[in-house]
Design a protein around this ligand. Structure first.
Ligand SMILES: Nc1ncnc2c1ncn2[C@@H]1O[C@H](COP(=O)(O)OP(=O)(O)OP(=O)(O)O)[C@@H](O)[C@H]1O
Ligand SMILES: [Mg+2]
Length: 726
């Protein structure tokens, strides 16, 4: 059911019973009023009827007095005439004396002695019907020619010697009754009529001249004959519909009527009913209008809410509406909130999906990048390692040659040495990237290290580039090769400098994070494009002009991070600067205090050395160089052979071995065996592969490629250590 129909029903449910009750109330009041009116009518009519009889009685008694007058007794008609004439004049009537036969003896309207007419035929008929003894009140009659208008008469018998001897009559014009009638007060609009016993009008409060002498309508006349009094509904002689109450006077038998026109009797009720009906209709119409407008006022917001709900279903934006109805407003509010939440949730969901996709893509890219770098690293490491061996041979050979070369060859040899040194440096960088570099890892206080290195970094910067430090206090210790760390950071600082040709600011920050130390190096320079950033970690990739950049800075830093179990990542955007994040895992052990600086360098030493090296060229050049430096050198080409000779009782102070060797044992195994079986002998392992540089207690490592100075130093320090321990 629609709201409109409901409201209309509700409105009718309230209004219709109210109107019915009002109608019943008015009906009740009307009935009361009607009953009251009828009572008043009957009472008035009865009172008037009695008044009429009183008048008749007065006249009768006046006639009786006259009838008993002395002059009449004496038969002195002349005296009686005078007396009667006086009364007649007073009453404005005629007094007539007649004998039993109906002859008039005296008539005050006719001079005494003049001839007199006979008693009226009606009177004679009445006497014949009713006898001589009674008083008779006549009906209305018209006197014979020109003796006047409608009249009526009262007649009493006259007695002489106890017998009726004649009749005394008082004849009056009906107009007298008219006066009597008009003297009676009647409510406004009511009228009264006096009828004679036959129902002929004697007097009438309205238009008497028209209706006096007229008989009432036959049906009413019949009713009058049948009942002494009662109501009658009908039409007046003048044709006006009305209600009549009639009451017959007991003595005269005349009838008194009180008439109230229907317009007066029913008019007010009718008007009230009409008014009520019209009011009812008006109220119903107004109620319907109000219901319709209320329905519209309710329907419109409901429709708006429906639309809002639809929008909510489509996850569109829903505005809170103001309908001016608290309940609807709160529903709308709730929907708007739900919409906001829903949209928020959707947006959040979309954001999360986008984040997840982005982070997936990012890690995918990172993985590809890592795999690429890994492959590159292996390749580079492999090549660099072999290349390093070649350089090792060259270095040792050149060193030896340079020792006793004649003056004119020295220059050439020095040039060769410089070229080999450059090659060695390059090989070192490649090995760093390939992570095949021997590490001199130690656990350090990285904060202190960074502070110490500040001078180094600042030295690489022009005046217009500022370097700011933001170091968290109490950074965890890390286990790194400090030189490699400084080199990596220096590479990053130089890159930052190069990115800010107009000058700028570099921030070096470090803090503890997750399970390590995060070092961030940021600049506000030109930044990198995606394409540059994707390749920046590759060795030899550079955007700097020929001779300006080798493309080995970032690869070194990256290799450094990887080799120490850490990570290196780039964040950059063209024009927005670059941040390089270097993460190093927290050290498991405590910081080792810095060793005292090594004693001043002596490029010579002494001692009996067993050199174990499979590469004959390397073996020979190194042996020659060491002999030149003062050592007593014996050689073996494999670990197994070396061990056999030791077992056979050859005495050495020190064993210098390479790692990779043919045979059952490698250099590390040999070192372990020597340490186990011949603890008095010092061991030095020369290695290019840090991965294979297994820490053997009491064994010194010597990173390859080494020059004569490095190896002499290593041998000397191993001997010193050995002597201290013994
Ligand atoms: N901080 C930086 N801002 C902008 N670009 C950088 C930054 N660091 C590196 N790059 C870009 O990455 C490339 C590779 O850097 P990398 O350090 O490996 O080599 P290089 O600086 O070009 O040469 P090298 O460091 O060997 O002298 C750079 O050429 C440069 O384009
Ligand atoms: Mg660089």
């Amino acid at each position: 059911m629609r709201i409109r129909s409901r409201l209309l029903l509700l409105m009718s449910a309230v209004l219709v019973p109210a109107l019915v009750v009002a109608g019943l109330g008015i009906g009740y009041l009307y009935n009361e009023e009607h009953a009251f009116n009828r009572t008043s009518m009957s009472e008035t009519a009865r009172a008037f009827a009695l008044g009429l009889d009183n008048e008749m009685a007065r006249r009768e008694s006046m006639l009786r007095t006259l009838a008993n007058s002395r002059s009449l007794e004496r038969g002195d008609l002349a005296t009686f005439y005078r007396f009667a004439a006086a009364v007649a004049q007073e009453e404005d009537s005629a007094i007539i004396l007649s004998d039993l036969d109906g002859r008039q003896l005296l008539n005050t309207r006719i001079p005494h002695g003049a001839p007199l007419p006979r008693m009226l035929a009606v009177e004679r008929e009445n006497r014949a019907r009713l006898g001589n003894e009674v008083t008779i009140v006549s009906d209305v009659y018209l006197p014979p020619a020109n003796l006047g208008p409608h009249s009526f008469a009262i007649q009493v018998p006259v007695r002489g010697d106890g017998k009726v001897i004649g009749f005394l009559t008082m004849a009056s014009f009906a107009a007298q009754m008219q006066k009597l009638l008009e003297a009676q007060p009647l409510p406004q609009g009511w009228h009264a009529t006096i009828l004679d016993s036959q129902g002929v009008v004697v007097a009438r409060s309205l238009e008497p001249e028209k209706f006096v002498g007229t008989p009432v309508r036959p049906e009413f006349a019949t009713k009058l004959k049948a009942h002494g009094e009662g109501f009658h509904e009908g039409t007046t002689l003048a044709g006006v519909p009305g209600t009549v109450f009639f009451s017959r006077a007991p003595r005269s038998k005349w009838v008194f009527l009180v008439t109230v026109p229907h317009t007066l009797l029913y008019g007010p009720a009718l008007r009230t009913a009409l008014f009520l009906g019209a009011g009812m209709l008006l109220l119903l119409a107004l109620g319907a209008l109000a219901a319709l407008s209320a329905a519209r006022r309710i329907s419109r917001p409901v429709e708006a809410l429906r639309e809002a709900a639809e929008r909510l279903g489509h996850n569109e934006h829903v505005e809170p509406g103001a309908f001016g109805t608290d309940e609807l407003d709160s529903v709308s509010q709730a929907m708007a909130q739900a919409s906001a939440r829903l949209r928020g949730t959707t947006a959040e969901l979309e954001r999360r999906v986008a984040d997840a996709v982005a982070s997936f893509e990012h890690s995918q890219r990172a993985l590809v990048q890592a795999q690429k770098l890994e492959a590159l690293g292996r390749l580079t490491g492999g090549i660099a390692h072999d290349f390093n061996n070649v350089l090792q041979t060259l270095t040792a050979g050149l060193d030896t040659l340079a020792r006793d070369a004649p003056e004119e060859r020295r220059k050439l040899l020095a040039r060769c040495q410089r070229a080999v040194a450059r090659g060695t440096e390059l090989a070192r960088q490649l090995m760093a990237f390939g992570r095949v570099q021997e590490l001199r890892a130690q656990t350090i206080d990285i904060g202190a290290r960074l502070r110490d290195a500040r001078t180094l970094f600042s030295g690489a910067l022009p005046a217009n580039v500022h370097l700011d430090y933001e170091l968290e206090p109490a950074l965890w210790p890390v286990t790194v090769d400090p030189t490699q760390l400084e080199l990596a950071l220096l590479n990053l600082v130089i890159n930052a400098r190069d990115a800010m040709p107009q000058g700028g600011r570099i921030v070096l920050a470090a803090k503890n994070e997750a399970d390590g130390v995060l070092i961030r190096l940021s600049d506000d320079g030109e930044g990198m494009t995606e394409a540059v950033m994707a390749r920046a970690l590759e060795p030899f990739y550079t955007t700097k002009g020929v001779g300006k950049g080798s493309g080995m800075g970032l690869p070194q830093a990256y290799g450094f991070a990887q080799q120490h179990g850490g990570t290196l990542s780039l964040e950059s955007r063209r024009g927005e600067g670059t941040t390089v994040k270097l993460f190093l895992p927290r050290a498991r052990d405590a910081v080792v205090p810095e060793r005292a600086a090594p004693p001043p360098h002596v490029a010579h030493g002494a001692g009996k050395v067993l050199l174990v090296e499979d590469d004959a060229e390397v073996r020979d050049t190194v042996a020659a160089a060491l002999r030149a430096a003062g050592f007593e050198i014996h050689t073996a080409s494999a670990a197994d052979e070396a061990l056999e000779r030791l077992a056979a009782g050859e005495l050495y102070e020190i064993v210098l071995t390479d790692v990779v060797m043919p045979g059952a044992l490698n250099g590390v195994d040999l070192a372990r065996e020597v340490k186990r079986r011949f603890p008095r002998i010092a061991v030095v392992i020369a290695t290019g592969y840090s991965e294979r540089a297994v820490q053997v207690p009491g064994v010194q490592a010597l990173p390859k490629p080494y020059n004569l100075r490095d190896v002499v130093e290593a041998l000397n320090s191993a001997l010193r250590l050995q002597q201290q321990q013994l």
